[in-house]
Design a protein around this ligand. Structure first.
Ligand code: URA
Ligand code: CA
Length: 441
């Protein structure tokens, strides 16, 4: 088999066989096939696309390119959740204790990653002493004991995806539904989940900006999951403005604690109840979404969710008193409210700009080596549809540098679009895709 022929075949719009896909993934992972040939193939795929079978074959080949985590020693159906990412998205810290308290085992491997804020690991490490370097035996024992554990990524998972994603990033070939879907799903499947709930974001702060492509991506991912015998469903959710009010690490942890105490922002609470309900259904802890939602609401009001967070923090060596008293978390030097120069309704909040402002403040990483400041970030006081008076507080900046604060301030002001006409709030949940159904609300 020759790489040249595979490139030419896809260039001419033909379907690649399973063997051809395995050949290029294996060869590329080993370093036998050079970047320039794989770049050409990626561009051919970008223009000619791949069908469902090719997409499934590509995902399988990427999963097989490295290790897969074996979670079979954990009792019960392991349901994982994946979000395609957005601004101020703290769902894992809320969802994991909620569904664990309902009996669904949560065995999560997380990376640090790049972005506007740190990842789940960084956020958990804001609890002094929290340790993510668990041996696999300890990780599994914790899940069996308290239904929840989070570890740093171990093993060599999907090396093919790591190479391909970096190559696509510099060759303008990221933006293809089959390539995105197989990239995300190969990572999920190699981490050992039995069932997967996907949160596919749509809107200005999301990877997919328009609703149609978000539905298509969700469908591709669900088809891959089902094709690999994993019970998979997707919820398509709005990311036209940041989720909740807080953007930043400790700020989001505090917001997660509020939400588990029943005092969270409406949108964040609704999203967690929705995703959590589907996780309970896939995990066979509820017969349908309605029953699941009632179970989760009860877990919040009876404090079983917040107690589960404390148990989780404690078992991984962290200091649980931060959960009882979030005022103990460190705060940055400068806490500065921004007031509005206009009166009217909030029409838009450019989530991207809020994300960049958060990055500038130091809450996220620009490169893998960048340090991260857990205490800084932004708290929004107004969301789309809210009315604001002139001089009223629109947001508060948490900063450790006056320079960065000033930069963030002008970006936050630019992010807000305020108009005279009344603006109505938009629904958060845009639709769901399951094995047999695709529903748009
Ligand atoms: N995220 C991924 O992990 N892979 C892609 O291809 C795009 C987004
Ligand atoms: Ca938030």
């Amino acid at each position: 088999m020759r790489m040249y022929d595979i490139i030419a075949k896809k260039r001419d719009g033909k379907e690649l066989t399973t063997e051809e896909i395995n050949f290029f993934i294996e060869g590329y992972t080993k370093g036998d096939i050079p970047d320039y040939q794989v770049s050409a193939l990626m561009m051919a795929i970008y223009f000619q696309k791949m069908n469902k079978k090719e997409t499934l074959d590509l995902t399988k080949a990427m999963v097989n390119s490295g290790d897969t985590i074996d979670l079979s020693k954990i009792d019960g159906i392991k349901v994982d959740k994946h979000s395609t990412g957005g601004v101020g998205d703290t769902t894992t810290l809320i969802l994991a204790p909620l569904v664990a308290a309902a009996g669904v085992p949560v065995a999560k491997m997380s990376g640090r990653g790049l972005g506007h804020t740190g990842g789940t690991i960084d956020k958990l490490e804001s609890f002094e002493g929290f340790c993510v370097n668990l041996r696999i035996e300890q990780f599994i024992e914790n899940v069996n004991r308290i239904k929840i554990s989070l570890g740093g990524q171990t093993g060599n998972l999907t090396p093919a995806d790591k190479k391909l994603y970096s190559l696509r990033d510099v060759t303008a070939t990221v933006d293809n539904l089959s390539l995105i879907a197989s990239s995300i799903m190969s990572k999920k499947i190699s981490s050992g989940a039995d069932a997967i709930v996907l949160d596919v974001k749509t809107g200005s702060g999301a990877f997919m900006k328009d609703l149609d492509s978000s539905f298509h991506l969700a469908q591709e991912m669900v088809d891959i999951g089902i094709g690999m015998n994993k019970d998979t469903m997707a919820v398509i959710t709005d990311m036209d403005q940041p989720l909740g009010f807080a953007v930043g690490n400790i700020l989001e942890v505090k917001e997660a604690i509020d939400t588990l105490n029943g005092n969270g922002p409406d949108d964040l609470t609704e999203l967690c109840l929705t995703l959590g309900s589907h996780m309970l259904v896939l995990g066979k802890q509820a017969k349908d979404v309605q029953e699941a939602k009632t179970i989760l609401q009860d877990i919040i009001s009876s404090k079983k969710g917040i107690d589960k967070l404390k148990e989780w923090v404690r078992i991984q060596g962290g200091d649980e008193k931060f959960v009882d008293d979030p005022n103990l978390f460190p705060i940055p030097k400068f806490i500065t409210p921004i007031s509005s120069s206009y009166e009217g309704y909030i029409n838009r909040i450019h989530a991207d700009l809020i994300g960049i402002a958060s990055l500038i403040l130091g809450a996220g990483r620009e490169t893998k080596e960048s340090p991260i400041d857990l205490s800084v970030g932004i708290v929004l006081h107004k969301k789309i549809g809210d009315f604001i008076k002139k001089g009223e507080k629109i947001a508060t900046i948490y900063a450790n540098s006056i320079d960065k604060q000033a930069q963030a301030e002008s970006m936050i002001i630019d992010a807000y679009d305020i108009i005279k006409e009344k603006v109505y709030k938009k629904p958060l949940i845009k639709g769901i895709i399951t094995q047999n159904d695709s529903i748009r609300y």
